[in-house]
Design a protein around this ligand. Structure first.
Ligand code: PAF
Length: 282
């Protein structure tokens, strides 16, 4: 298993390796790997000659210093887990100083308004941080294909926009949400839930499924009220937002147009642990 900690060493390796191999698949992560990540890695292994997984907790995408401090850092365990999928995986775990070529700072991106919806409203500057780190990672890794989970659906749309803006010749592959047996979407943050919170967190996916089942028979206002009520009726989770958004631009829908596609998005807190999820509605 090769682990590179500098852009320079990774690039030298890629230059040599790509003389004999043609495609580079890339799975960017912030570590604390779980089965959701591994499903992306396995898909990437099936579709590419070289597979690179980055493990980098990106400071510029955290708008909350406590969240950044609390983010789990488990590189050794992550490497062991990746080895189970393949010992040929290349791990890229740079320092912030090396990747950002100095002090980490975000570029101000215009993602055409996508950055101002949902996560953008609640996490100011988050998508500039994501865009910036991915620009540096893409430049270092030069992937043919890069893999992202649909749990961060808004992020996935932003990444598609980023590769257009930066003219990166990279195919962005969106992968279905990987869920725990009772429905909770896999996330590194799940590890920070208490046993009871983790068990009861199935309410998030159950609520989304309920919305999907009633989509088309209830109005957007009624569905919004239904979700608010679900979270008012229990004490473990606090609803930050629930929205039905147009797939085209992720703008909040107030009513449904029959020819458009929609998705429901949710963010909740369990104490200070923030969980997000989403579901296609039509
Ligand atoms: O989804 C994540 O884990 C991060 O936002 C990413 C894409 C690795 C960028 O830091």
């Amino acid at each position: 298993m090769r682990v590179f900690t500098t852009v320079e060493n990774l690039k030298t390796y890629i230059k040599d390796a790509s003389k004999i191999s043609s495609t580079i698949g890339f799975v960017p992560t912030m570590g604390a790997l779980h089965d959701g990540h591994i499903s992306l890695v396995n898909k990437c292994l099936n579709e590419n000659d070289i597979v690179i997984v980055s493990v980098f907790v990106n400071p510029t995408q955290f708008n909350n210093a406590k969240d950044l401090d609390n983010y789990p850092r488990t590189l050794e365990v992550d490497i062991e887990l990746l080895k189970k999928s393949s010992k040929n995986i290349i791990v890229f775990a740079p320092t912030a100083k090396n990747l950002y070529k100095g002090q980490p700072e975000s570029i101000n991106y215009d993602f055409g308004g996508l950055e101002n919806e949902m996560e953008g409203k609640f996490r100011p500057g988050h998508f500039d941080g994501v865009g910036t780190v991915l620009k540096f990672l893409f430049e270092a890794v030069t992937p043919t294909k890069a893999y992202f989970g649909e749990k961060d659906f808004q992020q996935l749309q932003i990444v598609r926009k980023l590769v257009k803006l930066e003219k990166f010749p990279i195919e962005i592959v969106g992968c279905e949400i990987f869920r725990e047996a009772h429905g909770l979407a896999y996330s590194s943050r799940n590890e920070r839930l208490t046993k009871q919170q983790r068990q009861e967190a199935k309410i998030i996916y159950e609520t989304l499924l309920n919305v999907k089942n009633q989509f088309g028979t209830k109005s957007v206002t009624e569905l919004n009220e239904m979700v608010s009520q679900v979270f008012e009726d229990q004490e473990l989770f606090e609803l930050e937002y629930f929205e039905i958004a147009n797939l085209k631009n992720l703008e909040t829908a107030t009513y449904i147009k029959s020819h458009e596609k929609y998705r429901a998005f949710i963010a909740v807190f369990a104490d200070d642990v923030r969980l997000i999820d989403n579901i296609a509605l039509n």
